[in-house]
Design a protein around this ligand. Structure first.
Ligand code: ATP
Length: 402
């Protein structure tokens, strides 16, 4: 018996709706493309590249636009014998210092057999290794440092690297840095000398508006979906939901993909607005679930305590009511409880990530103010996640209640 058969009704090429798909053309970013092209012009002229800093929230096209333009640039420089361009990408998510970025760049540029340890050298030694690798590549080298904000204030490399040529460390190579960040605050925390060097050309990517998201979706659907797989209003709804929430193209594409998936699983083509609403809910629940799983150990204990009270109809509750329950949960899990004030920080964190809602209340005429907490997400979802945290609270009184 055949278990699997190919889709015939919804997807033609579902990979086109996935995160890592590189679109052939960029929609709705004309201004940014123009500014970016201008900033890259020195490369094609055979001159020293400018340093470029891109910033904007997650999913607004910073990576897609960079990949698109750099791949065109690489093609177009072929027409000029005197320009030899190499491009390297480094995702800096796991690197919290200039040292780590430099060491990982060295390894990116070196063959597998000559990798260095990413700890233990003096910083200048690693920088020297990096310069020597760059020299041996020669020509124009663009280094794209994605998620660069993770290096925080340890930002020497963002000054040293772009200046290496003028400071005499490099001779035959022209390096350029493209820094990408979705942390608006990062630019402000850069030291002034870095700001001047790295942010020679700054390009801001604002969140997308609904019509822009719609045009991005439209560009994908012909290749991604089968004819007649879409009913009227679906793209508009995906675009409207994403524009209202984050302004991210990733969210709009995820919504459409998930809606298609639901229509497929339910054997219910074409994709209609209800599938999009269901997709939006499913994705939102996925995010909340992810947020809850990522909490620290005491965050989880605090979550369990609040859930336990909610299931007993004892929420909304204030800290002094939640704290004893937290102590019981901590006790059952074999953990030393935090003092009340520290546990309150975890409640505040739960409120900050949108799991709890926090309301300020007044204690009558003579009293001061206090905070009251209640769940801002469906309890069944919290309960599902808490059940998956079995290793934290073993089956006992509290867990049974949950
Ligand atoms: N203007 C656009 N035209 C076509 N596709 C786009 C456009 N903007 C974004 N996308 C698509 O949306 C998704 C998210 O975009 P991208 O990865 O470039 O965002 P980002 O700003 O780099 O986000 P992050 O900061 O999270 O890395 C990708 O699949 C990308 O192809």
């Amino acid at each position: 018996m055949t278990r699997f058969t190919r889709d015939t009704e919804i997807f033609r090429d579902e990979d086109m709706l996935r995160e890592d798909y590189q679109p052939d053309s960029i929609a709705a970013r004309d201004e940014e493309l123009e500014a970016y092209e201008n900033a890259l012009q020195p490369v094609i002229n055979g001159a020293q590249p400018r340093n470029i800093f891109l910033y904007g929230k997650a999913g607004v096209g910073k990576t897609a636009v960079t990949r698109f333009l750099l791949s065109h640039l690489k093609q177009d420089v072929e027409a000029y014998d005197d320009v030899d361009l190499s491009v390297y990408w480094l995702n800096c998510t796991n690197f919290s210092s200039s040292y780590q970025v430099a060491a990982n760049l060295v390894n990116l540029l070196r063959p597998a057999s000559q990798q260095i340890s990413t700890t233990g050298y003096p910083q200048q030694t690693v920088f020297d290794m990096l310069y020597s690798e760059l020299e041996s590549i020669g020509g124009t080298v663009l280094l794209v440092l994605d998620e660069i904000d993770h290096i925080g204030q340890d930002d020497d490399i963002l000054y040293e690297l772009p200046r290496a040529r003028s400071n005499g460390y490099l001779d035959s190579v022209k390096p350029g840095v493209v820094g990408i960040s979705n942390d608006f605050g990062f630019r402000e925390t850069l030291s002034p000398k870095v700001k001047d060097t790295l942010c020679e050309e700054e390009i801001h990517f604002p969140p997308y508006q609904a019509p822009e998201l719609e045009s991005i979706l439209k560009q994908r659907v012909d290749g991604a979906l089968r004819e007649d797989a879409l009913s009227t209003g679906v793209l508009q709804l995906c675009a409207a939901i994403a524009a209202q929430d984050t302004g991210s193209a990733r969210q709009a594409l995820d919504l459409l993909y998930k809606a298609g998936d639901i229509a497929r699983t339910e054997g219910d083509p074409p994709i209609v607005e209800d599938h999009v609403r269901a997709a939006s809910q499913a994705l939102e629940r996925g995010q909340i679930r992810h947020g809850m799983r990522e909490l620290t150990h005491h965050g989880h204990l605090t979550l369990i305590a609040t859930l336990s009270l909610a299931l007993e109809d004892e929420m909304p509750a204030r800290v002094r009511e939640i704290y004893p329950e937290y102590r019981t949960v901590a006790d059952h899990s074999g953990t030393d409880p935090l003092v009340r004030r520290r546990m309150h920080d975890h409640l505040a964190d739960l409120a900050m990530v949108g799991i709890l809602q926090r309301t300020v209340r007044n204690e009558g005429r003579a009293g001061g103010q206090y905070h009251e907490y209640e769940f801002d997400v469906p309890l069944d979802l919290v309960r599902d996640v808490v059940r998956e945290l079995e290793d934290i609270v073993p089956p006992d009184r509290v867990a049974r209640r949950i």
